[in-house]
Design a binder for this molecule. Structure first.
Ligand code: PSV
Ligand code: MN
Length: 386
């Protein structure tokens, strides 16, 4: 068993990055339900993110999405974040919401469209220079819908060319995170559909190119912890986009659909020495019907609970059982940790940090929801895509 002090220290230092878009309105293609008090500007999103950090002590950075969070002065936005005890985190690019991208972005058959997409990606690096962000996240919606629509191999060549150009633009301390996704919006081929494709491109580019594992971007039944173990072993796991899925890319609260899977993933992180600043632990969620700030607080707590359980695995006992081939004992060691109620331990950790042991209740009592509902009247609420 890991020493209790070491478990507490690891939990105290854990940081989860929250996505700016999770504070805005979102929905499905059927309906976006607006909620009162939703932020109208990137600054108001940061005000909300500061509340998540205030009550959890574990969400000090906020990921931006460009152009959704475009402002005139990104350095000023970074200063605004800092005044609220936050830092701006990963810059997420967007090469999927312009009419030009109907047939793809950096993989498009037309070089002019590829150029436009590449210009956006390098402009995102300019923003990183201003915000002090380390990571650029690339998720490409590129792909095809019909067999024969475009040349699968040529699209990979175009992709490699664009990635190399972005990589060349990175500063010494900056990284490029390549995110894969099985399908959607393309339904026949996706140009970066899986970790293998992302890994192969990153390997060619160099050490500043790392793979992002978005937990919602896999086929049902995929063993995600195996992917995590492999990427960690290869030193190519750059970040997580945490969320839950029941069917496809549902973007529900992490740990809601399958807390056991989240525990297994976090165990591989612990096992693989992944608790370093080299791995960004981000949420990538949309809160369509639930209140946004409490949902994000709940998600941070779900990550903390899975982490605490993973840290509690008796690794010596596990290794002994594994070496002796005792299948049942090995499984029991893992399940003992998973079945531990870690909520009292986390409450203690929070109290030692001077926080309320119950972040959800503390947020409710703060009156922030009522205050923002009363104050944020008029203007245009932020939303996915706006
Ligand atoms: C795509 O589904 C994705 O997971 C990417 O991370 C995007 O940046 C994010 O969702 C928001 O569109
Ligand atoms: Mn994602």
């Amino acid at each position: 068993m890991t020493e209790p002090a070491a478990v507490k220290a690891a939990l105290t230092s854990q940081a989860v990055e929250t996505p700016s878009w999770a504070y805005g309105n979102s929905g499905t293609r059927f309906k976006v339900f607006a909620q009162p008090g939703v932020p109208r500007t990137p600054r108001e999103k940061l005000d909300d993110a500061a509340k998540v950090h205030e009550f959890t002590g574990a969400a000090p950075t906020v990921a931006l999405h460009i152009p959704w969070d475009t402002v005139d002065d990104f350095a000023a936005l970074a200063a605004y974040a800092e005044e609220r005890g936050l830092r701006l985190g990963t810059v997420n690019s967007n090469t999927f919401q312009d009419d030009a991208y109907r047939l793809g972005s950096v993989c498009h058959p037309d070089p002019a469209v590829r150029r436009k997409a590449l210009d956006h990606l390098t402009a995102c690096v300019d923003i990183m220079d201003a915000t002090g962000s380390r990571d650029l996240k690339l998720w490409l919606a590129d792909g095809t819908n019909y067999p024969g629509q475009d040349d699968i191999r040529e699209r990979q060549d175009r992709l490699a060319e664009a990635l190399a150009a972005v990589y060349a633009r990175l500063g010494d301390a900056q990284r490029m995170l390549l995110e894969y996704k099985l399908f959607e919006p393309a339904f026949y081929t996706t140009d970066v559909p899986d970790w293998g494709t992302a890994y192969a491109h990153c390997l060619k580019l160099g050490p500043k190119a790392q793979v992002v594992v978005d937990t919602g971007h896999h086929a049902p039944g995929t063993n995600i912890e195996f992917i995590v173990a492999t990427l960690l072993r290869e030193r190519r796991l750059g970040a997580f986009d945490f969320n839950s899925r029941f069917y496809a890319d549902d973007d529900l609260m992490v740990g809601a659909a399958d807390p056991f899977q989240l525990f297994r993933i976090m165990y591989e992180v612990v096992r693989g020495g992944g608790f370093t600043p080299d791995i960004a632990f981000m949420l990538d969620q949309c809160h369509n019907i639930e209140a946004k700030i409490p949902a994000i607080i709940r998600s941070v707590m779900n990550v903390q609970e899975a982490t605490a359980k993973a840290l509690l695995v008796d690794r010596n006992a596990l290794a002994a059982a594994q070496r002796s081939g005792d299948v049942l004992a090995a499984n029991a060691v893992l399940m003992d940790a998973y079945n531990t109620d870690v909520r009292p331990l986390l409450a203690e950790v929070r109290e030692e940090q001077g926080l309320d042991p119950d972040p959800m209740a503390a947020y409710r009592r703060s009156g922030w929801a009522e205050r923002t509902a009363a104050e944020r009247v008029g203007g245009r609420q932020a939303g996915w895509g706006a």
